[in-house]
Ligand binder design. Structure first.
Ligand SMILES: N[C@@H](CCC(=O)N[C@@H](CS)C(=O)NCC(=O)O)C(=O)O
Length: 199
C-alpha cells in the first residue's frame, strides 16, 4: 500500500516553501494542508514544538524542514539534491540560509509587537545579521553548479525571496552576483508556483 504523505504548511513560511519546492522537484506526491499554526492544536500530538512545516507519513511525524527535505529526497527517483561529493558544503550553506530565514522571521515577529513591548535593539541585531549574511553569501557562495540543482540553492532562493517579502529588497542592488543568480533562479516553475502569499 502506498504511504499517505501530508505536508502541514503555512501560507508564507520560508521553511515550508523549501519542503514544498523539494516535493515538486523530486516529484513526490503529497497532500499539502495550509494551516494556521497558532491555532493548530491537533499538531501538538505529533510535534510538541508545533511548528510548520511538519510532515506526516502515515503515523510517522517528521519535523524540521531539513529532515523533511532529506526524507523527500530519500524516497525520490530523481537526482539527489544532496550529492555525497559536496554534502557538507551543501548542508552548511543550507544552515546559513535557514539562519537568514530565522532572522527575517524574528525581526518581523518583533516588529509587529505593540510599541511598548518591542525591542528596537533586537530588531537592529536581526537587521545587521540579515545584511551580514547576504553579503557573506555574495562573497563566499561560489561553488554551486548552475546545471545541477542542490538543496542549498533551493534554501538560499527561498531565504532571499522571504527577505524581500518581509524586510526589503535593498540587498539586490548591493550584491550584484547574488542578484544575478537569484533573478534567473526565481524563474523556475517550482519557485513561481510557491510564492509566499497572505493568509
Ligand atoms: N527549524 C524549523 C523552523 C520552522 C519555523 O520556525 N516555523 C515557523 C513558521 S515560519 C512556525 O511554525 N512558527 C510557529 C511558532 O513559532 O509558534 C524548520 O526548519 O522547520
Amino acid at each position: 500500500m502506498q504511504d499517505q504523505i501530508i505536508l502541514y504548511n503555512g501560507p508564507n513560511s520560508p521553511f515550508g516553501r523549501k519542503t514544498k519546492v523539494t516535493s515538486l522537484v523530486q516529484e513526490i506526491k503529497l497532500e499539502e494542508k495550509i494551516i494556521n499554526v497558532y491555532e493548530a492544536y491537533f499538531l501538538d500530538k505529533h510535534n510538541p514544538i508545533r511548528k510548520i512545516p511538519t510532515l506526516m507519513v502515515n503515523e510517522l511525524a517528521i519535523m524540521d524542514s531539513d529532515n523533511i527535505c532529506l526524507y523527500l529526497d530519500s524516497i525520490s527517483k530523481k537526482n539527489t539534491l544532496f550529492p555525497k561529493k559536496k554534502y557538507w558544503e551543501i548542508m552548511s550553506m543550507t544552515s546559513i540560509a535557514n539562519g537568514l530565514m530565522e532572522s527575517v522571521l524574528e525581526r518581523r515577529m518583533e516588529s509587529i509587537r505593540p510599541d511598548n513591548e518591542k525591542s528596537n535593539s533586537f530588531i537592529n541585531k536581526q537587521e545587521i545579521r540579515i545584511t551580514r549574511t547576504i553579503k557573506w553569501l555574495e562573497n563566499n557562495w561560489n561553488n554551486y553548479d548552475e546545471n545541477y540543482l542542490t538543496m542549498d540553492q533551493i534554501a538560499i532562493g527561498c531565504a532571499l525571496d522571504y527577505t524581500m517579502y518581509r524586510f526589503d529588497d535593498r540587498w539586490r542592488s548591493e550584491n550584484s552576483k547574488l542578484n544575478k543568480w537569484f533573478t534567473i533562479f526565481v524563474e523556475n516553475d517550482f519557485m513561481k508556483s510557491t510564492l509566499p502569499r497572505e493568509k
